[in-house]
Design a protein around this ligand. Structure first.
Ligand SMILES: *Cc1c(COP(=O)(O)O)cnc(C)c1O
Length: 369
């Protein structure tokens, strides 16, 4: 029996070990650990990668979202439109910033926000649309920009699952007014711990986030705003610089794996494969099956690790007051959460492993019918 793991951190560390050790030693030798040269270099390298003017390293993706919104100082009644089916962190970032969540259901073909439902949710208090490129698939940015323009709203992107995402094969993809990234180890660009970044072309947002991440202070002991402590540390920045050099190659490999899954799984009875596009960076390969729990158990028994993104929508979590949200308003989100199953996909998985997964699913479906 072959074992296929969902994440292959052992292989990742093995492949980068020499360069990571070198980065570690460089930081140790510098004797400087917070907000220094490595963070500055990573910020300029990641800004160049995203083709944006500014990148500000922060502590994690959640706070990248929060800091973008805080930089606007929206009032307490302000509403931010978010996808109903995004990872809960998008919602939490909005709540922490002091604004209110207005969820919008997803498009079943792309898993991204259904832009056709946005205008109905716009009120006089709506300030922005904070959408997600979920699973690594490009959100409907053109349509969202158009809606935002006609209602005078800001557009932000949660790009925590979409490092290196393109539009029509070209860099950069549109980032809205600002985009939030996470460098959690499983992400397309992952560190060896927590990390995040805000990218923007807007000088005012950049300057404000730069203050806010460090107690509201850019200059030591001069505090301009009520900030927080949300800094990217030198060691993570040094590791991220190493891994950034391989990001394009890794995304290319992710596309190859998705292509293999697509080829071997499409058309199987009871399996729904995700829509393919050249822009996709395949953070996750999410199929749907009406009894995904049983399929997941079967795959687990034969050594194949899968995951579910996500088992429950944010509004069904006890953290949020469920009486505030009627789940009947989110039929597509419900379908996704009930049927989604993520197959192993990371840059270190071999073709052989992918084909083993495909074969197992094919046999399962044949037996089902
Ligand atoms: C991972 C993730 C986040 C949060 O990032 P952290 O660094 O874990 O705080 C936010 N949004 C989405 C869509 C994510 O996948």
């Amino acid at each position: 029996m072959m074992k296929v793991n969902f994440n292959c951190f052992d292989r990742m560390v093995y492949s980068f070990r020499l360069e990571l050790d070198e980065a570690y030693n460089r930081v140790m030798d510098s004797g400087w650990f917070v907000l220094g040269k490595e963070v500055e270099l990573f910020e300029s390298e990641f800004a160049a990668f995203c083709n944006t003017k500014f990148c500000i390293g922060v502590a994690n993706g959640l706070e990248a979202i929060e800091l973008i919104l805080r930089s606007f100082e929206f009032d307490r009644n302000s509403e931010i439109i978010v996808p109903a089916n995004t990872y809960i962190a998008t919602w939490l970032g909005v709540v922490h910033s002091g604004s209110r969540i207005v969820p919008v259901d997803a498009d079943i073909d792309t898993y991204n926000i259904d832009f056709r439902l946005i205008e109905d949710k716009i009120s006089p208090d709506t300030k922005a649309i904070f959408a997600t490129h979920l699973y690594g698939g490009l959100g409907p940015y053109k349509q969202i920009e158009k809606i935002a323009k006609s209602h005078d709203l800001h557009v932000f992107w949660d790009a925590a699952q979409a490092h290196g995402i393109r539009s029509n094969g070209e860099y950069p993809s549109p980032i809205g007014k600002a985009s939030a990234f996470s460098f959690y180890p499983t992400k397309n660009l992952g560190g060896l711990g927590d990390g995040g970044a805000v990218v923007t072309n807007d000088e005012n947002i950049a300057d404000k986030v730069l203050h806010l991440r460090n107690y509201g202070s850019k200059k030591r002991y001069v505090n301009k705003y009520i900030g927080l402590n949300s800094r990217l540390d030198e060691l993570q920045a040094a590791f991220l610089r190493v891994k950034l050099r391989k990001l394009r190659e890794h995304n290319h490999r992710r596309r190859e794996i998705a292509q293999l899954y697509h080829e071997f799984l499409k058309g199987l009875p009871n399996i729904h494969t995700p829509k393919h596009s050249d822009d996709h960076v395949w953070h996750l390969y999410v199929i749907r099956h009406s009894n995904r729990n049983k399929l997941q158990e079967y795959l687990s028994r034969i050594g194949i690790q899968t995951d579910i993104h996500y088992p429950r929508a944010p509004y069904n979590q006890s953290a949020f007051d469920s009486s505030q949200f009627d789940q009947l308003n989110f039929p597509v989100t419900e379908t996704i959460h009930n049927n989604a199953l993520s197959l192993p996909l990371n840059p270190y998985i071999t073709d052989e492993e992918v084909l083993y997964v495909c074969k197992a699913i094919t046999m399962y479906c044949d037996a089902e019918n």
